[in-house]
Ligand binder design. Structure first.
Ligand SMILES: [Zn+2]
Length: 42
């Protein structure tokens, strides 16, 4: 399940506990480029 957070410009994947940055409307779907979700976000 992916959640699109418009304000943060991130695509959240809760099962992976990762947030992918969106650059120029294109999500960067690379695990090494993603940031880990905080416990509040996960
Ligand atoms: Zn995932």
């Amino acid at each position: 399940m992916l959640l699109y957070k418009k304000i943060e410009q991130e695509l959240i994947c809760k099962p992976c506990k990762l947030a992918f940055a969106i650059k120029d409307d294109i999500p960067i779907m690379l695990e090494e480029e993603a940031r880990a979700l905080t416990p509040e976000e996960a």
